[in-house]
Design a protein around this ligand. Sequence first.
Ligand code: SF4
Length: 376
Amino acid sequence: MLYFHIPFCAQKCSYCNFHFSTSLQQMEPMVQGLISELEQRRDELENPHIETLYFGGGTPSLLSSKDLGRIVDAVEKQYVLDSHLEFTLEANPDDLSAGYLRELKEIGVNRLSVGTQSFFEKDLRLMNRAHSASQAEDSIKRAQDMGITNISLDLIYGSPGTELGEWRKNLEKAVALGVVHISSYAMTVEPRTALHHWVETGKVPAPEEKVQAQAFDYVHEYLSSQGFEHYEISNFALPGKRSRHNAAYWGSRPYLGIGPSAHSFDGGRKRSWNIANNALYLKHLHEPAVRMESEILSDSERYNERIMVGLRTLEGVDVRTLAPLLNESMEAHFKRESEKKLQQGLLVAKGHFLSVPVAHWFLSDGIASDLFYLET
Ligand code: SF4
């Protein structure tokens, strides 16, 4: 699995605290930098066979097709791309012109994750999105006409002032457009964002948890009735259309992340990540010890991670993958806490898997944290 972080955006969305810059002058050195980092880290993936390639951000669709093609050429020089490669590009609707889509297809992009967020203009303006509702709709139709049919939409529920009825209409629109995957996220107020400032100063009301819980129940009910599988707390797919890239993250498989702020994992204990600053990333490109940080996960950290990630999925956590991590005290803790949750109906056991029933998914982070083992 290979991930590239493209740390640029056309403008800053009011709710976003991801790492990106709105100054596009650094695009050319960044593209060279990404290729250089890829070459430096050639040997970090033991298996040179790439099944999923993912460009995330930021806004990867700000990359010209020429630059995207240069990066893909560099990938092909050092790895073998699977014949069923899942090649995803996160895109903003305003970037998806017919010409650009044609070029993306020629390069091999076969899955688009379109940052739509809402089909209501008032929501898009509050979010300070760079596109309009009609651009979102048109871009999806254009991509489908071009033959890119594996399309995921991002939608946000529970924005300040958004009614449940509007959320319903957003979902109906997404389904009517024929997308095969939907990621739906609750609006959260992150520190150091414009939305945070507006909420703090009373300019807009804070998102309401009760409304978000209703929206969550509705998205589950409605998309399930439309044939979508709710396979992870925030993700829905038609049969066979789950994101293979994300499933690999959740399955603790090794991945290499290239670019500022990108994380990597060796599939065992080591996690590493690049500095979240474009200028410093480029300055220290050839000094990995300065550019990157890493950590070696303890058994309890690996256990906690598996619990947290696993309980957010439909299948749940595979208890067999926990067993090798548990010492006597952790095992006693796990048995005691999981037994309690089973009795309360907050967990169910099926074969080797423990999962949170969908009716309680909205609480799954809290359920997972009760199972965490904290070293004393
Ligand atoms: S386009 Fe995406 S990454 Fe960029 S500011 Fe908006 S939400 Fe954040």
